[in-house]
Write a protein that binds this ligand. Structure first.
Ligand code: HPA
Length: 267
């Protein structure tokens, strides 16, 4: 099978080009940054290399404003960290393979820990915009999976307890919750949010879940952090819009970046 229709071969091919373009043969950690989070990446300091994702085979340009489509290689202590600025969402092309291509590429490049960040709506009114929340588990309502065929991946502890505990050694008051992933791109209806509450969700978003599954398939440890950008639909009487979500992300991004730098320093 050619790399064009085998997503794992495609990821290996992209990893080879990544090594060549960055001059870094092996990466240890991948951090996927959510909407408008460039200031978080800047907290890691000057990168060893920065490339545009479309220079790598199999990557498409992120369609959404605020998703930059860059990969930065930065050094933290003895670790080579790959920062992904902008991601492919399932709602863009309905293509779960495209959504996880960066995670698979990172794993093919040696990554053993994947940190997934996102902007999310909160079902808890005390988690106001700007609150970071550790993801302890997920409910995948996207209707998709990156796994094709009989790949029975264990997701009992999809988000690593060890990494959540490590994050709380830095910020002990970090709350944790269940991330509920929708296909999007429409935001949820108030009735859908009531359903999320009934089934045990605490956060809602349109990313992360498929990437987490793919990272576990690749045996990487996963840390998930949601940045609350809004209270979920129907909770405030206000309407939701993408500009407000981006603005809330931008405002909290450098604080999130500082937290991420500290987490990676302790890995
Ligand atoms: N719903 C879905 N995705 C989101 C939200 C939301 O309320 N906020 C940020 N991303």
């Amino acid at each position: 099978m050619s790399s064009e229709n085998d997503p794992y071969l495609a990821a290996s091919a992209a990893a080879r080009v990544l090594a060549k373009e960055t001059g870094v043969v092996h990466h240890d950690v991948l951090i996927v940054l959510g909407s408008g989070w460039t200031p978080a990446a800047d907290e890691f300091g000057a990168p060893t290399a920065e490339i545009t994702v479309t220079n790598l085979p199999g990557f498409s340009a992120p369609a959404v404003a605020g998703h930059a489509g860059k990969l930065r290689s930065v050094r933290v202590g003895s670790l080579n960290v790959l920062l992904q600025l902008g991601r492919t969402h399932f709602y863009e092309k309905n293509d779960a393979q495209a959504v996880v291509h960066a995670v698979r590429t990172a794993i093919a490049s040696g990554v053993k820990a994947v940190i997934l960040t996102n902007a999310a709506g909160s079902l808890h009114s005390e988690w106001i915009p700007g609150t970071p929340v550790l993801i302890k588990d997920q409910i995948n309502l996207t209707g998709g999976t990156p796994l094709v065929g009989a790949r029975f991946v264990d997701v009992t502890e999809i988000y690593s307890k060890r990494l959540r505990d490590l994050a709380r050694t830095i910020k002990p008051d970090l709350p944790e919750g269940v991330y509920t992933a929708f296909h999007g791109p429409q935001y949820e209806t108030p009735a859908e949010i009531r359903m999320v509450k009934a089934i045990g969700g605490d956060l809602v978003g349109m990313s992360t879940a498929l990437e987490a599954i793919s990272a576990r398939e690749g045996n990487a440890e996963v840390l998930g952090i949601s940045l609350v950008t809004n209270l979920a639909a129907g909770m405030t009487g206000e309407k939701l819009n993408h500009e407000d979500v981006l603005a809330a992300g931008r405002q909290a991004a450098s604080t999130m970046g500082k937290l991420l730098v500290e987490v990676v320093s302790k890995l």
